[in-house]
Design a protein around this ligand. Structure first.
Ligand code: ZN
Length: 160
């Protein structure tokens, strides 16, 4: 990435952090929700979706996080609003590959401003948290998604 692009991308990230889109927002008639937590940075957000006819009709999020987390969540809400569930699942996969594995960013549109995050390993989980949380919401999960744990199979010991 050339320095001019990098400066522009940083400006977009900072602007989304200052003025997050669809935040704080829990759309009227929301049907799907999930809560995500990144203990490495104390990023904590809740994603709300209104799904009808197999498409995302409305989306919002609440919570707080660092600039990268807030910008990623803000950009995410813009990117998936109106998309079908299948299109959204594909976008989650592609964005995750770009962020975590430095995968190709073609076709990701505005989300490409997050491409540089890959160079900062401590920040990757800040950027992926909203996307993990979105996936959990799509799948109707009610457990908290953590960037530091695999799906807990037994979060509450029986009898307690
Ligand atoms: Zn963070």
């Amino acid at each position: 990435m050339n320095p001019d692009d990098r400066a522009l991308y940083e400006e977009v990230i900072l602007e989304h952090n200052r003025n997050p889109r669809n935040y704080p927002k829990n759309p009227r008639g929301a049907t799907h929700h999930a809560h995500g937590f990144n203990p490495l940075c104390n990023d904590e957000i809740t994603v709300h979706l209104k799904i009808a006819d197999d498409a995302i009709r409305d989306i919002g999020f609440e919570g707080s996080g660092c600039a990268i987390c807030m910008a990623s969540a803000s950009l995410m809400t813009e990117a998936v609003a109106g998309k079908s569930v299948a299109e959204t699942e594909a976008l989650i996969d592609k964005t995750h590959r770009m962020l975590a594995e430095n995968g190709p960013s073609e076709g990701l549109g505005k989300l490409r401003v997050l491409e540089g995050v890959h160079a900062f390993p401590m920040r990757v989980k800040c950027a992926t948290l909203p996307w993990h949380t979105l996936r959990a919401a799509l799948r109707g999960g009610t457990e908290t998604v953590s960037t530091e744990a695999e799906t807990p199979s037994c979060p509450q010991p029986a009898g307690q």
